[in-house]
Design a protein around this ligand. Structure first.
Ligand SMILES: CC(C)(COP(=O)(O)OP(=O)(O)OC[C@H]1O[C@@H](n2cnc3c(N)ncnc32)[C@H](O)[C@@H]1OP(=O)(O)O)[C@@H](O)C(=O)NCCC(=O)NCCS
Length: 186
């Protein structure tokens, strides 16, 4: 498996990932990710170099977005935001590849990347009402920090991703991934 930066040519693939995950969630009666993700925001993230794709045999099988600041102001406190951290978003594994701990591998890769840039924490905000997803992240070594229910500063509506969690970053050796981002110009 290789990890690389997503390019604007990958926009369609990334939106497909999102659609597939949303359908899978909906089939389980989970209301997460019902709204289609705005393509312009996805494209902006790609252009910022924050979107990563994981390929097997030339086919994209998973993605994650890593930001060095929180996209939704008001969730983390100013004190927390002052601590060096990477923020995980849109972690998604294609369903045909699910169940093989790929998510875990990607989180370790993100951990390693974060640790190498001097970050202290790997953080995320998960869908507020999705307790099964919370259980997944707790199993991955994240600690729940708090749940923020105040309205989203971005769209003014209720905050749908307010379950905040973090785990300390540490380097991981021998992940068994070819990391093309280390040599790519950004
Ligand atoms: C999270 C994810 C990347 C992990 O991929 P993976 O390593 O292949 O692991 P799995 O898909 O087998 O998920 C592990 C367990 O968590 C559960 N899970 C994962 N995401 C979930 C979600 N959003 N809602 C409810 N349960 C979820 C799976 O059903 C599975 O449960 P099981 O062990 O009872 O079968 C993948 O499940 C995924 O793409 N989920 C949908 C998108 C998502 O919610 N991403 C997180 C955004 S914060």
């Amino acid at each position: 498996m290789i990890v690389r930066y997503a390019t604007p040519d990958d926009l369609g693939t990334l939106l497909d990932f999102r659609r597939e995950a949303s359908q899978w969630l909906s089939a389980q009666g989970i209301d997460q990710w019902r709204k289609p993700y705005p393509p312009d925001l996805m494209l902006a993230s790609i252009k910022q170099g924050n979107v990563f794709l994981f390929d097997v045999d030339g086919q994209a099988v998973a993605t994650v977005t890593l930001d060095d600041e929180d996209l939704e102001p008001g969730a983390w406190t100013d004190v927390e935001l002052a601590e060096p951290a990477l923020y995980v978003h849109k972690l998604t594994v294609r369903r045909e590849r699910a169940g093989r701990q790929l998510g875990s591998l990607i989180l370790d890769w993100a951990d390693d990347r974060a640790a190498r840039t001097g970050a202290r924490w790997l953080r995320l905000d998960a869908w507020t009402t999705n307790t099964k997803l919370h259980a997944y992240y707790l199993e991955q070594g994240f600690q729940h920090v708090r749940t923020v229910t105040e309205g989203s500063a971005v769209n003014g509506g209720p905050r749908v991703s307010g379950w905040l969690a973090q785990r300390p970053c540490r380097p991981h050796t021998s992940l068994g991934l070819e990391d093309l981002t280390r040599s790519a110009q950004r």
